[in-house]
Design a protein around this ligand. Structure first.
Ligand SMILES: [Zn+2]
Length: 120
């Protein structure tokens, strides 16, 4: 089955948009340390105990957020690369086409529903 070029073009727009959003969020909550690597931002509130506690809380929040954003960005980049290579929309595990409705909801999905379910 060949993917509709228009459908892929639309998913590419979705992915580009998502990529910009993720980069924006990463720049707010994290510091870029390498091309594809970010570190959670450490905010210095002060030296008092409650300020130190708040720093740790913010850092921990940024840390988990940063990880989530980084993984999302990684998946978006992979999907964009697949579009370039003409492999977009195929399941990584079994090679079958991924349901277009699933790609509409999750443009960076890399596996079909039945493979995804096997992992759960
Ligand atoms: Zn599959």
């Amino acid at each position: 089955m060949k993917m509709d070029a228009k459908f892929i073009e639309e998913r590419k727009d979705d992915l580009e948009k998502r990529r910009q959003e993720l980069l924006k969020e990463l720049n707010e909550d994290a510091v870029q340390v390498a091309e594809h690597d970010y570190s959670a931002k450490f905010v210095d509130y002060g030296e008092k105990d409650d300020e130190n506690a708040a720093e740790v809380a913010t850092f921990e929040k940024n840390l988990s957020l940063e990880k989530t954003l980084e993984v999302s960005l990684y998946n978006v980049n992979i999907s964009l690369k697949k579009i370039e290579e003409g492999k977009y929309g195929l399941c990584e595990k079994c090679g079958d086409p991924i349901d277009p409705e699933r790609l509409k909801a999750f443009p960076s999905a890399t596996s079909c529903m039945s493979c995804k379910k096997k992992l759960l």
